[in-house]
Design a protein around this ligand. Structure first.
Ligand code: 2BA
Length: 106
């Protein structure tokens, strides 16, 4: 079995969870924060059979879009220059697939 951990944008999370549920996958949704942008995002945990991993990835591809976000870079060192606004591409989803030794519901 595998544990699929997917970091998705908040805007995509409802569609991703809904679609995964519709296809019979159980999902846990965690409210998380990206370390770079320091913005809220969503982490989905999905426990699946090995053979289902590709289907889960395909459903995430369908529901999670790539977006451009503007953020302000604040430098650590004092500077006379104003903080610069940078453009960052986020998403669709960052996915880790881990071997899962056991899944038990007790
Ligand atoms: P954040 O860490 O807030 O990153 C948001 C986006 O900023 C990233 O989008 C990427 O395009 C950019 N970014 C991140 N770190 C950067 C850096 N050091 N320099 C320049 N640009 C950088 P995504 O790659 O789509 O990642 C979206 C979110 O997924 C991340 O939010 C983070 O929460 C998670 N994530 C991505 N890769 C990860 C990893 N290797 N380990 C853990 N979490 C990860």
């Amino acid at each position: 079995m595998k544990l699929v951990i997917a970091m998705v944008q908040d805007e995509d999370s409802e569609a991703a969870v809904h679609t995964l549920n519709e296809h019979g996958y159980r999902v846990t949704k965690l409210a998380t924060t990206g370390g770079f942008l320091r913005r809220g995002n969503t982490t989905l945990l999905v426990g699946v059979e090995d053979a289902q991993v590709d289907d889960v990835l395909a459903l995430l591809r369908q529901t999670c879009r790539r977006r451009t976000v503007f953020t302000t870079l604040v430098t650590e060192t004092p500077t006379m220059l104003p903080s610069s606004v940078v453009e960052v591409e986020v998403g669709g989803a960052t996915v880790f697939v881990l071997d899962m030794e056991r899944l038990e519901q007790v």
